[in-house]
Design a protein around this ligand. Structure first.
Ligand code: ZN
Ligand code: ZN
Length: 335
């Protein structure tokens, strides 16, 4: 049975929104009883290298391993960075058939072609199916009016390599217990995106709120684990979407980029308080979260460095363990 055979969709955007608004009822929300026994998420691309031999950049990618089945989430900012870090980490993606692009920003999409080319030499299906949310192919433009052709150029190039895009307008189970959120309802007015980009339309352009921004939410033995790319939909909205899909329950961990580096202290403190109320216990804060925002979130959650830390390349979320950070994000033992 292929991953595609196993995919189950909640059946359309309207239904997805209805669940989000109706509140979490686990059995109704997902229709799934799957739970991931052992989950490991490995950061492959983020700002901070952390350990010698690995490189960081302004981008994001992570490998998800759920009971031995694997997905790639995002592909980094420069064409070769994720491949470089994979080699250093001795990770082979040739058995990974499904890749997710969280949204249309080049710091998440630019490694796709390199990785498809590299691993399809061993397995023609490797990284051959790319899951995205509705809206990712919308026409966009820069502040000066130049078209932003990131996805417009990537689509035919990926398809020329034998890749297929699968566009989701509602939550979809990609692996047992591993859900792609699809577009996330913006219940809270979080402004976690950078200004200056626009969606093009027949009656003029409008601010680009990155409506396609989508996360993975995982029903794990530790509780719910959320994986975000930039978190443009807002981490509060994403966590609430996790509850809408999986039902109520503690959010054991939030992993990935939260795009809080432009937000002021009051905004971040309010976000932290809401995350605490939603039952968030740990955060592996990557990419565009920001260093200062990470410390503020740590205080808001009454957490320690072991439970809220800056992600480095190679750092992990591991079931039963929590955060496994790189050297640069740890306290040493020297006197
Ligand atoms: Zn980003
Ligand atoms: Zn982004």
């Amino acid at each position: 049975m292929t991953t595609l055979d196993r995919r189950r969709s909640l059946g359309g955007l309207a239904l997805g929104l209805a669940f989000a608004l109706a509140g979490p009822v686990r059995a109704l929300a997902s229709g799934s009883t799957a739970r991931v026994g052992h989950l490991r998420i490995t950061i492959l691309d983020t700002m901070v290298a952390g350990n010698s031999g690995l490189d960081g950049e302004w981008g994001f990618a992570a490998l998800v391993e759920a009971d031995g089945r694997r997905l790639l989430y995002d592909t980094g900012a420069s064409p070769d960075m994720v491949l470089h870090n994979l080699r250093r980490l001795r990770i082979d993606l040739s058995d990974v058939e499904d890749v997710i692009l969280s949204h249309d920003h080049a710091d998440h999409t630019s490694g796709l072609l390199t990785l498809r080319r590299e691993f399809s030499r061993t397995n023609p299906k490797a990284l051959g199916r790319c899951h995205v949310a509705t809206g990712i192919f919308a026409a966009r433009e820069e502040g000066d009016g130049r078209p932003d052709r990131n996805m417009a150029d990537l689509k035919p190039a990926y398809e020329a390599l034998g890749g297929t895009f699968v566009v989701h307008d509602a939550p979809t189970e990609l692996l047992p217990g591993v859900w792609f959120t699809g577009p996330v309802p913006r219940n809270h007015n979080e402004r976690n995106w950078s200004p200056g980009s626009y969606l093009s339309g027949p009656s003029g352009r409008i601010a680009d709120t990155v409506p396609e921004d989508a996360a993975l939410v995982i029903d794990s033995s530790d509780g719910i684990v959320v994986l975000t790319g930039c978190g443009h939909a807002g981490v509060m909205n994403i966590c609430e979407q996790a509850h809408a899909i999986l039902g109520p329950g503690p959010i054991a961990g939030v992993v990935g980029g939260l795009h809080l580096f432009l937000n002021n202290r009051a905004s971040i403190e309010a976000t932290g308080a809401r995350l605490k109320a939603l039952g968030v216990r740990r955060i592996l804060a990557a990419h565009c979260t920001g260093f200062e925002p990470t410390w503020i979130l740590r205080q808001a959650l009454d957490a320690t460095a072991a439970d809220v830390a800056v992600a480095t390349v190679g750092s992990q979320w591991i079931s039963g363990v929590g955060l496994q950070t790189g050297l640069l994000a740890r306290l040493g033992s020297n006197p």
